[in-house]
Design a protein around this ligand. Structure first.
Ligand code: HEM
Ligand SMILES: *[C@@H]1O[C@H](CO)[C@@H](O)[C@H](O)[C@H]1NC(C)=O
Length: 178
């Protein structure tokens, strides 16, 4: 090999390596922008991005009994999911919250405890999340923030068993990177 070729390889190989690394890390960063935070275990980049076109939040009262009407079993009605007493309209994602779909367990009710526990069990999908420890409450708060950025708020649960659910409204702002 001529010394010119050797010299060129010595220069070009590291340059190619660095360029590749640079390309890959910027590709990773782009992915990270549409990836939910690490705390949200079930959330991956396939999740839809936050929406910019949400309606102003409404404060209409719903009892837990009234919420049941919006569990997706009647396709002509909207589907609601409540988290810590905040009622979200998840009708745009009827493909996951509708009857027989994977997250229908959370439709037409407040399943805060199950969300905090990352559980899809019927017995966990209940509004009273007070026995959750700190880390599961953090998961729950992250879900609240996730929904706040993606779904219209149509009201609040008027008979939620946790009386201080209103404290919640601050946690949506506490995780700005969601
Ligand atoms: C094997 C385990 C799991 C897999 C593979 C999985 C997969 C997924 C996928 C692919 C999505 C995005 C759906 C979409 O945007 O169309 C999603 C969203 C979601 N997952 Fe899971 N998941 C798993 C477990 C769980 C568990 C245990 C929970 C219980 C809390 C859960 C709750 C949710 C919720 C609430 C959403 C948000 C749906 C939305 O409104 O966009 N997931 N999951
Ligand atoms: C919180 O509770 C969950 C479920 O009971 C448990 O897996 C987890 O280890 C607990 N975390 C802490 C920090 O106690």
């Amino acid at each position: 090999m001529s010394s010119f070729v050797k010299y060129a390889l010595v220069l070009l190989l590291p340059a190619a390596y660095l360029a590749r690394r640079y390309y890959r890390s910027s590709a990773l960063q782009t992915t990270a922008l549409i990836t939910a935070p690490v705390d949200e275990k079930p959330v991956k980049s396939i999740m839809q991005a936050p929406r910019e076109d949400l309606a102003p939040p409404k404060d209409d009262p719903f009892t837990l009994a009234q919420l049941k009407e919006f569990d997706g079993s009647d396709p002509s009605k909207p589907i609601y999911v409540s988290i810590k007493g905040t009622v979200f309209d998840v009708t745009p994602k009827a493909d996951v919250y509708g009857a027989g779909r994977s997250y229908n367990i959370f439709a037409g009710k407040d399943g805060s405890k199950g969300l905090g526990m990352s559980s899809l069990k019927e017995e966990h999908a209940v509004p009273d999340y007070r026995e959750l420890n700190e880390s599961d409450r953090k998961v729950l708060d992250d879900w609240h923030a996730f929904f706040t950025k993606r779904y219209n708020i149509v009201g609040r649960v008027s008979d939620h068993p946790v009386s201080d659910v209103k404290e919640e409204d601050t946690s949506a702002n506490a995780s700005p990177n969601l």
